[in-house]
Design a protein. Structure first.
Length: 261
């Protein structure tokens, strides 16, 4: 209950702060929307030259892209740790974090909330509904529940991977970061993995499982029965990677030498 209370207190303060700068909030949302539109246009351009891509139609890939936006929005809202190395390790703010009686990772998550990123999830749902209507998909009573489970699983996959990357800073506190490169790799998960070669497909499934935040769970709603078991692995993969990331974080904190050393 203490952690729940802390979460809502931080969230309340964050909302009050952001509402003081409504124009900045609108500009940020518009820029995110523009970025998503560019990615969607890229898909349309590709299908301007072909009807199918490894057996996937244009509307199916648009549906996958729409699903991808939802767990990515949740991840961006609650796991905004892109600058962990620069802000907390290099500048020494992690020392301040360790003086408080709350888990260090949870505290950093609270400090770096970006709840406006959740608006990207609304865009993703709208894209899914558009593509689904063109595909003639129907919504069964249990699918909204599975959708929420799959979204949480996908967000935990993202969170787990990027927390692990942040943990590298505990052992190597150089200013360079793998975050930008990993962000670019994560974009491969928004497309069907069978358009890639076997090595990339293996990496996106079992090493850096970004496919579980995009194509695999989306395949369930697209009624791709041959991929159903991958879909139901989504929450399990998310939990495994997130738990591993927290365990690695705890070990990293023990190795942390402090800003003064």
């Amino acid at each position: 209950m203490f952690y729940v209370s802390m979460f809502f207190q931080y969230m309340s303060q964050y909302i009050k702060t952001r509402l003081q700068y409504r124009t900045d909030l609108f500009v940020e949302f518009f820029s995110d929307l523009l970025s998503q539109a560019i990615n969607l246009i890229f898909i349309l351009v590709v299908f301007g030259h072909t009807d199918l891509l490894s057996g996937w139609s244009r509307d199916e890939i648009i549906f996958i892209y729409g699903f991808f936006l939802v767990p990515f929005a949740v991840f961006s809202a609650f796991f905004n740790i892109w600058d962990f190395n620069e802000r907390y390790i290099v500048k020494g703010e992690f020392d301040r974090i360790l003086t408080r009686p709350i888990h260090s990772l949870f505290q950093i998550i609270l400090e770096r909330l970006e709840l406006e990123s959740l608006l990207g999830g609304i865009t993703g749902i709208a894209v899914m509904l558009y593509a689904g209507s063109r595909l003639g998909l129907t919504i069964e009573w249990y699918e909204p529940i599975l959708f929420i489970v799959f979204v949480i699983g996908g967000a935990l996959v993202y969170g787990g991977i990027f927390i692990m990357l942040a943990c590298i800073s505990f052992w190597a506190d150089a200013r360079t970061s793998l975050m930008p490169m990993m962000y670019n790799i994560s974009n491969y998960g928004r497309y069907p993995v069978n358009i890639y070669n076997k090595l990339i497909r293996f990496v996106l499934t079992w090493i850096l499982p970004f496919a579980f935040a995009g194509v695999y769970p989306a395949a369930f709603f697209l009624e791709k029965k041959e991929w159903y078991w991958y879909s139901f692995l989504t929450p399990l993969i998310g939990i495994i990677f997130f738990v591993l990331s927290v365990l690695l974080w705890n070990q990293g904190v023990k190795k942390y030498r402090g800003a003064g050393n």
